[in-house]
Design a protein around this ligand. Structure first.
Ligand code: GLU
Length: 503
């Protein structure tokens, strides 16, 4: 175990959309570094030109900023061990590979794909391990010259020492890999491209990483990396120590299958689009394998940092439960101050085309006035857009939900709308209490209706939907003119316009 100042890292590959499992790994590593007052390194592992993309890289940075997981070394901020994109570190890997070759920790292997295949099949048939058999470990100079003369391009393989590897995983406790489990593995392809097997431990060593926290899927690469650290220590690459490893549990989805990048619920950006708060999402992600206490699920990142202990991470797979994630988000929405909610709603109203970019003073004022109506009622910020659309939508774009119209604006509903219109049209003060008193008197007392039957039609006529914020406040915010116009429009369509009908 290392007792140096903590240096933890997050080192994703920029392929596809950032996903939930990745964010959980970033969060745990970040919380660990922050808890110990250490350094958090953000490194981009982009050595696979075919799979990596610039777009993905930009999204990764975007999402890390959105989540508020800040880093001390990495893209944008630099640091003493840069560059922090592996694609810019190719000379370093070539140099390290050469040093491993020179010191006898690695060797060139000239096997053709067919030769490997044949030997693998034979090993399988004989019931033996089908990994690399080490044949080219001990080539003679003549054999090498002959292969080179044939024009074969060698890969570089790391020479796994013939011994067991035991280490104490920070999450799982002691783990042993038997010597026959791990074969000599490729670190540089025949075309010269270094692989993850080389670049990842090289950078962890050169960047002084003391604690490697990462997904369980990488557990099997750990003995190989420990062996490489031991080689590095002998040839003087890095700080001469092996980091501690902690392998975080899988995140599973439906059917308890590991959540894959392709599952829609794993798309991290989707959560921002749906109106999750970074606080809410992070709080939920923290619960995928960790808990702050038995009786509290809701906490801030400052509280998590304070309490985070890697030894308390549960090694069992953690199930991603979207309902719970939403509920936790709702709690965080309710914890926000009113004007904070207002500010955070702005981009969602802009995306919906309901507020301009930049917003006008009047739009901001309207939103500030409307926010209290929805603050306690939403779990996702986008729900506010749906609930408040009626206040911001242009007259031309205002529409009534068809199903709600059928249910609420039938013959009886129209009678209600007519009565509401007539009662409201000249009340002296357009205030919430006056509107409420007027509608109660006109509809409940006047028409002798139950509140649901009295207010439902008015709600649907004015807000376009059965689901909306409190009615009287909504009418007050919408204003007399628009309220009456919308009631009239419903009456006109029904043939019972302002001038006629059952007044
Ligand atoms: N680039 C690797 C990945 O995204 C990082 C693995 C590690 O943390 O060691 O899977």
């Amino acid at each position: 175990m290392t007792d140096r100042p903590v240096v933890a890292r997050f080192c994703p590959s920029p392929t596809g959309n950032p996903h939930v499992g990745m964010a959980r790994t970033a969060l745990f590593s970040w919380a660990f570094a922050r808890h110990h007052g250490g350094t958090f390194v953000f490194r981009i592992e982009d050595t696979d030109a075919e799979r990596d993309s610039e777009e993905s890289y930009d999204l990764l940075l975007d999402v890390m900023h959105w989540l508020g997981l800040d880093w001390d070394e990495g893209p944008e901020v630099g640091g003493p061990h840069g560059p922090y994109r592996q694609s810019e570190r190719m000379e370093i890997y070539a140099d390290v590979a050469q040093q491993l070759l020179d010191a006898g920790f690695a060797y060139k292997a000239y096997d053709s794909a067919e030769e490997l295949e044949t030997r693998r099949n034979a090993a399988r048939a004989a019931g033996k391990s089908s990994g690399y058999d080490g044949l080219h470990r001990t080539l003679t100079d003549e054999q090498i010259t002959a292969y080179e003369a044939e024009g074969r391009q060698p890969v570089i393989r790391f020479k796994m020492p013939d011994k067991d590897y035991t280490f104490t995983d920070l999450v799982r406790g002691e783990i042993t890999f038997g010597s026959d489990n791990v074969q000599d593995y490729v670190i540089v392809r025949a075309n010269g491209q270094p692989l993850y097997t080389l670049t990842n431990p090289t950078d962890d060593a050169l960047m002084g990483i003391t604690h490697v926290l990462r997904g369980e899927d990488l557990l099997s690469s750990t003995p190989r990396q420990i062996a490489m650290y031991e080689a590095f220590a002998e040839i003087g690459i890095g700080g001469g120590f092996t980091p501690d490893f902690g392998h975080l549990p899988y995140v599973t989805g439906a059917g308890n299958k590991k959540l894959s990048k392709r599952d829609p619920e794993s798309n991290l950006l989707g959560y921002r689009e749906q109106g999750f708060l970074p606080e809410g999402l992070l709080n939920y992600l923290a619960l995928l394998g960790w808990s702050i206490s038995d009786d509290n699920d809701i906490f801030s990142m400052a509280e998590m940092v304070e309490a985070f202990e890697i030894g308390r991470v549960n090694p069992n797979p953690a199930r991603f439960d979207i309902k719970k994630c939403e509920a936790i988000n709702g709690s965080h929405v309710r914890l926000l101050a009113e004007d904070d909610v207002r500010d955070r709603l702005v981009p969602y109203f802009q995306t919906a085309g309901l507020i301009s970019d930049p917003p006008t003073e009047q739009q901001l004022g309207n939103l500030a006035a409307a926010t209290p109506l929805v603050h306690e009622r939403m779990t996702l910020l986008t729900e506010a857009v749906d609930m408040l659309r009626f206040l911001f939508v242009s007259d031309d774009d205002f529409a009534i939900d068809e199903a709600d119209r059928v249910k609420n604006l039938d013959e009886q509903g129209i009678v209600v709308v007519r009565a509401a219109r007539d009662a409201l049209v000249d009340i002296p003060d357009w205030t919430t209490p006056a509107i409420e008193d007027t509608l109660r008197a006109g509809l409940i007392d006047g028409l002798e209706l139950k509140p649901r039957l009295a207010f439902g039609p008015v709600r649907v006529a004015v807000t376009g939907s059965r689901i909306s914020p409190p009615l009287f406040e909504s009418l007050q915010l919408l204003g007399r003119e628009k309220t009456i116009a919308r009631l009239d429009a419903v009456l006109d369509e029904s043939g019972l316009g302002a001038g006629g009908g059952v007044g």
